[in-house]
Design a protein around this ligand. Structure first.
Ligand code: SAM
Ligand code: SF4
Length: 341
């Protein structure tokens, strides 16, 4: 692919209408996935026609445009990013911004099923840390939650990443009936491997077959339970994201809580998201959208692209107000797999 060179890093920063500087872009490279997690996707998903999905060159061009506007951290996500054909070429190409120092971090969120295959290349391309999603250590429950996934592949992927020198953060969605009782074991397992762990509250994104009120588990309650037998020490580790971190004294590991429903995190939000179709969402919990693909496919210049990005960021909403209400429609119709988690 032809690497697109980011505009001068001296371009003015991306600052929204509420004074927040955008320094973090998540890029979804595909809506497809080899798993069908029950809280994320319907069993029979209709995926996007290929023509609607950005090419690797278009993804590179938009991501590099953001880097030129001061974005310091890029996270590649999906869908499952490692099922996108050619994704390693994109990652290798984007790693040029690490070499120039324009980018501080290039990272990835993955379900881990193909990680064993790609871990050493990821390390070679400058990836230092990744997030791997894994909600349980029980093979049968994993198969049920992912509708057919093989847990041993994910564990093999985590081990391969660690062996390649990549730090792994394990992410788990807290689900009332499925993994609530197992969360201490999962945290202990991650910390024993030297991995950070983050718990996520189920968010109302996209229509799925089950009622989310049946799955929802407040992390306030989880925290209270953990505090009945562990010492959770407040940590000043901040990412500008929704996670709040503690250190578990007994395991020596870091534990994050992502609580969009019981705690609002919008004041410090520094991130925007690009879908695999080139739609820029400046807020995960709102329907706001700007079509950057249209700019590229209409033959737009780099200046046109930058104008469109600035216009979108300027209108970034102040915040969201997610609620999980029984039988109500999801707050946002698009799935997490389209927006990019
Ligand atoms: N396929 C990759 C993975 O699973 O890590 C990357 C994309 S996935 C959409 C990113 C993260 O979003 C995962 O940790 C997943 O558990 C989380 N996720 C998906 N749907 C969610 C929902 N409705 N509420 C909360 N988290 C969700
Ligand atoms: Fe796939 Fe990730 Fe969604 Fe699970 S959470 S279905 S792995 S995109």
């Amino acid at each position: 692919m032809t690497p697109y060179d980011a505009p001068s890093p001296r371009a003015p920063a991306l600052i929204d209408g509420f004074g927040r500087t955008v320094t973090y872009l998540r890029v979804s490279v595909t809506d497809r996935c080899d798993l069908r997690c029950v809280y994320c996707m319907a069993e029979h998903m209709t995926f996007l026609p290929k023509a609607e999905v950005l090419t690797l060159e278009e993804l590179d061009r938009i991501a590099s445009g953001f880097v030129g506007l001061g974005v310091r951290k890029l996270r590649i996500t999906g869908g499952e990013p490692l099922v996108r054909k050619g994704v390693m070429g994109l990652i290798e190409s984007l790693s040029r911004h690490l070499h120039t120092g324009a980018l501080e971090e290039l990272t990835l969120t993955t379900n881990g099923t193909r990680l064993a295959e790609f871990a050493s290349d990821l390390a070679r391309f400058g990836i230092r840390r990744i997030n791997v999603s894994m909600d349980t250590l029980k093979p049968d429950l994993f198969r049920k939650l992912t509708r057919g996934g093989d847990l041993s592949k994910v564990i093999g992927g985590i081990d391969a990443a660690l062996a390649a020198g990549i730090a792994v953060k394990v992410n788990a969605v807290a689900l009332k009936d499925d993994n609530a009782a197992e969360l201490p074991d999962l945290i202990t397992w991650a910390h024993a491997r030297g991995c950070d762990m983050t718990l996520i509250e189920a968010m109302p994104l996209g229509e799925i077959e089950v009622d989310r009120t049946d799955q929802f588990l407040s992390l306030k309650d989880v925290r209270r339970t953990l505090e009945s037998f562990w010492t959770l020490e407040d940590s000043d580790h901040v990412t500008g994201g929704p996670a709040r971190y503690v250190r578990v004294a007994e395991t020596g590991g870091r534990l994050g809580f992502i609580t969009p429903l019981s705690h609002n995190f919008c004041e410090a939000c520094n991130r925007v998201r690009l879908t695999c179709t080139g739609t820029l969402h400046t807020c995960l919990g709102r329907e706001d959208a700007s079509d950057l693909r249209a700019v590229l496919r209409a033959g737009g210049t780099d200046a046109d692209l930058i104008d469109a990005i600035r216009l979108a960021v300027d209108a970034k909403p102040q915040g969201h107000d997610f609620q999980i209400v029984r039988s109500s429609a999801p707050a946002v119709a698009r799935h997490m797999s389209t927006t990019g988690g």
